[in-house]
Design a protein around this ligand. Sequence first.
Ligand SMILES: [Zn+2]
Length: 248
Amino acid sequence: MYRGSQGIILKKQDFRESDSFFSIYTYDFGKIEAIARGVKKSKSKLSGHLDYFSIIDLMAVRGKIFNHISGAVSIKNFLNIKKNLQKINLIFYCLEITDYFIKTGEKNKKIFLLLSQFLMIADKNLRIERLKFIAHCYILKLLNLLGYKPELYFCLKCGQKITPNGNFFSVLAGGIFCAKCKKNRENNIFEISNNAIKLLRVILQKNLSNLVKVKLSKNLFTETIKIIDEFLNFRLDKDMKSRKFIKF
Ligand SMILES: [Zn+2]
């Protein structure tokens, strides 16, 4: 039996006539999947609380086949997100990625804190371009916490410390090759500017809230988003359904 925990909904699907299926990232138990019975009926006490873009106090019980949500109270609603369709789509994309990479029961409190911080920032009055940058910072930090850490300090081939200029990012190897070690035949390799290397390091070092005000030229924005996108896409083996609703 699960006890209570705070949770954030990653996915919600129709299930049977009046039930819904949820994938939820919880603070204490990591990702759990559970059914909420009768939640689509108008009398349901749970329905108003089991919503996206919220932090929910949750009770769930382990069943023979499915886990069941026995109680839910939303304790923090990020209502501003719901007012902007571009924000909604961007966050759905990040939630889908999170759900894709995390297996049930995988626990990491840092992931819960990262996700709640991301929702908190998305709820603020940020321009959509800046939120796209923050969403990519979220994705890179999430991948890092899940063990997909890009090597940004030493050349992946010769092991020498990376010096400015002439470096390449390898999507396949997940990090940097120095100018001397570039592999010509590899497809997923491209030049990376020194500023982008520095920015990727900063993204992994700082909290999301510290990245909201980072200075960013248009070129650096485009380059960094492309690197994170390629780094992510190479590690996905299917298209994210929500990807088609957003442009980078
Ligand atoms: Zn090298």
